[in-house]
Design a protein around this ligand. Structure first.
Ligand code: SF4
Length: 463
């Protein structure tokens, strides 16, 4: 009973949590396997952002429960946000689940599996489900291990070039539509020195790009560290990670517009490793709706931040999150969102139709917007986004972009990497260039992918 498969739903934070759980399990002697049909333990790391995400994981778990008849020792666990949100009530729908582990207890998974394994090895009957969704002081510090890549059949190890680093957990903003404060708890930051040590260790094993993760990264350390010369703890952290030899690029997600004070804007001008790609959740372009959402900024302030960042770097690339059809959103208010959306000229956007999340402040609001109106508003923004992305991609054709070579693409025939602006590129290359920053002449572009040829003069010989 030692082959474990982890299936992850949702965001990059969940991916990072799964990776840390996998690393902890491997250290305990478990094998992490890619094939969900050939495993002894299957862990679903779940998402609660929308009801549809929860329903998807529940349907999967129902399906997997049937496997217990053929494989009585099979262990099924539900981890993460849905486990936290629903707790033991999940057993009403999923009585065969063995493990329900919340977002502050990921590090307990190895112990719980050991206990289950010991009980079953001793011939004990399948016992009660283990449910642990408690809060735990310091739990944010437990997401620090990374699963090292395994050798393939020929003994070759694929080098890891990019990595996620969890810097903070939870959120205190209480946006009216958001379940995260309930599923992830209060804001808790990891010590700066621990994060820097983790990034150094990643650099030593070949990682060149780190993405700092948290539910509201721009609030990093605000209770634990003071501002120094007007520099916030988050920007202090960016400075320290920037100073690490071997780390060539830094990204972060998710920030809050409120965190983009002058010090962070200026950091883009003085920290060249900080990629010029900002995910800046707008949510709405209507000041009344922003207030109803409990988002403490205005459309004017939001645009001011975008303009300030573009003034520091004129090639700055933006992505965003927008919710259309928040309760009471009028056509005029939607048009304000549409105008701001057009004015910001995003490369990428996640547009969501508002859906009620039980347990959020907005769940009780009346004046729900009909589905067909939400759909029309959704489509209107997606059309603008598609036209923007195409126009911005077309403008890159003929230019030379700096690309970090990450490895073979899906076909294995070519290589893939990303620009500083986070555009995926496909190109022919030499495997020895993996991990290097190389100039790529862009020859062709689709909405989201650039195709090009390396300009190798001036690139040091990787041998
Ligand atoms: S800031 Fe982000 S994570 Fe926090 S409540 Fe608002 S939307 Fe949710």
């Amino acid at each position: 009973m030692n082959r474990v498969h982890i299936k992850t739903y949702g965001c990059q934070m969940n991916e990072r949590d799964s990776d840390a759980v996998a690393a902890m399990l491997r250290a305990r002697g478990y094998r992490i396997v890619a094939d969900e049909h050939n495993c002894d333990v299957l862990l679903l790391n779940t998402c609660s952002v929308r009801d549809a995400a929860e329903q998807k994981a529940i349907a999967k778990a129902e399906n997997l429960s049937a496997r217990k008849k053929k494989q009585p020792d099979f262990v099924l666990g539900i981890l993460g946000c849905m486990a936290q949100n629903r707790g033991a009530s999940l057993l009403d729908q999923l009585p065969d689940v063995d493990l329900i582990v919340g977002t502050q207890k990921f590090h307990q998974v190895p112990d719980y599996l050991d206990n289950l394994r010991a009980a079953r090895d001793a011939g004990a009957p399948v016992g009660e489900t283990i449910v642990d969704i408690g809060e735990e002081v310091g739990s944010q510090n437990t997401i620090k291990d990374h699963l090292a890549p395994e050798p393939d059949a020929n003994g070759a190890v694929e080098r890891q070039i990019t990595a996620f680093v969890s810097i903070q957990q939870g959120c205190n903003m209480d946006c009216a539509f958001c379940i995260v404060p309930k599923t992830r708890g209060d804001e808790r930051s990891r010590p700066m020195d621990d994060i820097v040590a983790e990034c150094r260790a990643l650099a030593a094993r070949g990682v060149r790009e780190v993405t700092l993760l948290g539910q509201i990264v721009t609030s990093y350390g605000r209770r634990d560290y003071t501002h120094t010369d007007g520099i916030s703890p988050f920007v202090q952290l960016l400075e320290k990670v920037s100073a690490i030899e071997g780390i060539e690029r830094i990204r972060f997600t998710s920030p809050h517009p409120r965190g983009f004070k002058d010090d962070l804007v200026a950091a883009y001008g003085r920290l060249p490793k900080l990629c010029g790609y900002v995910h800046l959740p707008m949510q709405s372009g209507s000041n009344r709706i922003l207030r109803a959402m409990n988002r403490p900024y205005t459309r004017e302030r939001y645009k001011e931040i975008v303009d300030a960042l573009r003034a520091v770097r004129n090639d700055m690339v933006f992505s965003t999150d927008v919710i259309v059809g928040f309760p009471g959103e009028t056509e005029e208010e939607f048009q304000q969102t549409r105008e701001l959306f057009e004015a910001c000229n995003y490369d990428m956007a996640y547009v969501f139709k508002y859906s009620i999340r039980t347990g959020t402040p907005a769940a009780g609001l009346g004046d729900q917007i009909p589905d067909e109106v939400k759909e029309a508003r959704n489509q209107a923004l997606l059309e603008i986004l598609k036209a923007n992305s195409l126009r911005r991609s077309a403008a890159l054709v003929g230019t030379v972009e700096e690309v970090l070579v990450e490895g073979p693409d899906k076909t294995g025939a070519r290589f893939t990497g990303r620009t500083r602006g986070n555009r995926v590129c496909i190109f022919a290359a030499d495997p020895r260039l993996i991990g290097m920053l190389v100039p790529l002449k862009i020859e062709r572009a689709s909405v989201s992918t650039l195709y090009g040829e390396l300009v190798l003069s001036g690139v040091p010989d990787p041998a």
